[in-house]
Design a protein around this ligand. Structure first.
Ligand SMILES: Cc1cc2nc3c(=O)[nH]c(=O)nc-3n(C[C@H](O)[C@H](O)[C@H](O)COP(=O)(O)OP(=O)(O)OC[C@H]3O[C@@H](n4cnc5c(N)ncnc54)[C@H](O)[C@@H]3O)c2cc1C
Length: 408
C-alpha cells in the first residue's frame, strides 16, 4: 500500500459500503474500503433471515445474499475493496497501520471514515455471576456459527434479553432444532416493540421480566440458570446453554485507541451534523455511532456521511470549532452530539437521534439558546429511537440542550 488515497473507509458493512459507493459516484478518485473479514456485508452476513435491502435495492435479501449485493455494488462503483485487512490504529493525520494477509502495512488518506459497526455485550461485560462453562454465546456468535460452520451450540438454552434481536434469536433457535426453556429480561418489561414482543409467548417460550440473574452453573457445559423473579421468588431452570442477546455497544476500540473523542452517552465517536468527529479529517457513520439501527438505516446513514466527506474534500472555507449538544437524564444519548457552526454544506443528519436509559413519562423539549423550539410529552421507552428535527438555527447557536421534565 503506498501513496495518499482520497478516502479510506474502515468497515465493509452496509454503512461502509454505502459511503464508499457514494464517494465514487460523486467522483472521488481513490476510495479504499478495508474490511477485516474475508467478505463484505458486516453483521448482515450471518443473518440467515430477511428482510434486508428493500429500500436501498428495491428487493428483499437474506443477510448473506445482501452482503454479496453490497460487494457487487462496491466493485461496480470502482471502490478499491481490500478484505482480510484489519486497521490496528491511525494517527491524527490519517496514517493507518493495517494488518493484511501479507503482513503489516501503512496507508495514508486525506479523509478517514469509520464504519466499524456494533457488537453485543459479552458475558464478561455483563458481570454475570457463577461458573464459566461452555455454552454461553451471543446472538451474533450463534448466527455466525450456524451460517459459516453449521454449528448449533445447544438444544435447550435460556435466552437473556428481549430486544428485537432477542426475538430473532428465539426464531433462529426454533428453526435450527433448539427450544429455548425461557426468555429472561432484567428490565421490568419487554424491550421489543409490539407485535414482536408477543412472539416468545406465541412460540410457547415462557417470558419473565424484571428478573435478577443470580447464578449460572455448569461443570464443563451450562447445566442451570438461577434467577429471582419480579415477585421475589427464586427459580432454577435446567438448560444446556445461555444465549445473551442485545445490549449492543459501538465497536469503537479502533477510534478510542487512535485518539478519536468518544461520546459518553453513545460510547461511539462524537460527531457533528456532517458525521465529522473532533478530528476534522475523520468521519463516522452507521452503528459505530450508537447501538443499534437496522441494516437499511446504517446503509442510508453511511451514504449520507459519504456525501458529507465528498463535500468536505471540496471545501475551501474552514468552519468553526464544534460545540457539544447537552442533555439531561434519563436521556442516554444524542447523535449528533456536536454541531459545527459556519458551515453551508447540507448536513448528513437532519434529525437528532435520542435514546432513553430507562422507561420514563414526561416532557422532552429542545432548547436553543434557552428558548424552547420543540417539545413532546409521552411515555419514553429504553432502546427506542426518538427523532427530533435539527432546526437550521441550531448549528450557529451558543447552546443546544435537551431538557426532560418527568411526571411524578
Ligand atoms: C445478530 C444480529 C441480527 C440482526 N438482524 C437484523 C435484521 O433482521 N434486519 C436488519 O435490518 N438488521 C439486522 N441487524 C442489524 C444490522 O446487521 C446492522 O444494522 C448493520 O449490519 C450495521 O451496519 P454497519 O455497517 O454500521 O456495521 P456492521 O454491519 O457491523 O459492519 C462493520 C464492519 O466493520 C468491520 N470492522 C470493524 N473493525 C474493523 C477494523 N479495525 N478493521 C477493518 N474492519 C473492521 C467488521 O468486520 C464489520 O464487517 C442484526 C444485527 C445482528 C448483530
Amino acid at each position: 500500500m503506498s501513496g495518499i488515497v482520497d478516502v479510506v473507509v474502515v468497515g465493509g458493512g452496509p454503512a461502509g459500503v454505502a459511503a464508499a459507493v457514494e464517494l465514487r459516484r460523486l467522483g472521488i478518485g481513490r476510495v479504499v474500503l478495508l474490511e477485516r473479514e474475508a467478505s463484505l456485508g458486516g453483521a448482515t452476513r450471518h443473518c440467515g433471515h430477511s428482510p434486508f435491502g428493500m429500500r436501498e435495492f428495491g428487493r428483499v435479501y437474506v443477510g448473506a445474499a445482501y452482503g454479496q449485493r453490497l460487494d457487487a455494488e462496491a466493485r461496480r462503483a470502482g471502490v478499491d475493496v481490500r478484505t482480510g485487512c484489519s486497521v490496528v490504529t491511525f494517527d491524527a493525520a490519517c496514517r493507518l497501520t493495517v494488518t493484511t494477509p501479507t503482513g503489516v502495512e501503512t496507508l495514508a488518506a486525506r479523509r478517514l471514515l469509520l464504519a466499524t459497526g456494533a457488537r453485543e455485550m459479552p458475558r464478561s461485560a455483563r458481570l454475570l455471576p457463577g461458573d464459566r462453562p461452555v455454552g454461553v454465546v451471543t446472538t451474533g456468535t450463534l448466527q455466525a456459527g450456524l451460517a459459516f460452520h453449521r454449528l448449533m451450540p445447544f438444544r435447550r438454552p435460556v435466552v437473556v434479553g428481549s430486544e428485537l434481536v432477542s426475538q430473532s434469536a428465539v426464531l433462529t433457535c426454533l428453526t435450527h432444532g433448539a427450544r429455548p426453556v425461557a426468555m429472561l429480561e432484567t428490565e421490568r418489561h419487554a424491550l421489543a416493540p409490539a407485535p414482536f414482543r408477543w412472539f416468545p409467548a406465541l412460540a410457547g417460550v415462557p417470558f419473565h421480566a424484571g428478573v435478577d440473574l443470580l447464578d449460572l452453573r455448569g461443570a464443563g457445559r451450562v447445566e442451570a440458570v438461577t434467577f429471582r423473579r419480579a415477585d421475589g421468588a427464586i427459580e432454577t431452570l435446567d438448560c444446556d446453554g445461555v444465549l445473551l442477546t442485545g445490549r449492543f455497544v459501538p465497536e469503537a476500540s479502533l477510534a478510542r485507541q487512535s485518539g478519536v473523542a468518544l461520546d459518553a452517552g453513545s460510547e461511539g465517536p462524537a460527531i457533528d451534523q456532517h458525521g465529522r468527529t473532533r478530528n476534522p479529517r475523520v468521519f463516522a457513520g452507521g452503528n459505530v455511532l450508537r447501538a443499534i439501527e437496522t441494516g437499511g438505516w446504517a446503509f442510508r446513514e453511511g451514504r449520507a456521511v459519504g456525501r458529507a466527506v465528498a463535500a468536505d474534500l471540496a471545501r475551501v472555507v474552514e468552519s468553526g470549532a464544534p460545540r457539544a449538544v447537552t442533555c439531561e437524564p434519563p436521556i442516554k444519548l444524542v447523535v449528533p452530539g456536536l454541531l459545527t457552526p459556519g458551515s453551508d454544506e447540507p448536513p448528513a443528519f437532519r434529525h437528532f437521534q435520542l435514546r432513553f436509559a430507562r422507561r420514563a413519562r414526561g416532557w422532552l423539549s429542545l432548547e436553543i439558546d434557552g428558548r424552547e423550539v420543540w417539545a413532546a410529552e409521552r411515555s419514553w421507552l429504553p432502546e427506542r429511537r426518538v427523532l427530533v428535527p435539527i432546526p437550521p438555527a441550531a448549528a450557529n447557536a451558543a447552546t443546544v440542550h435537551f431538557r426532560f421534565r418527568e411526571h411524578p
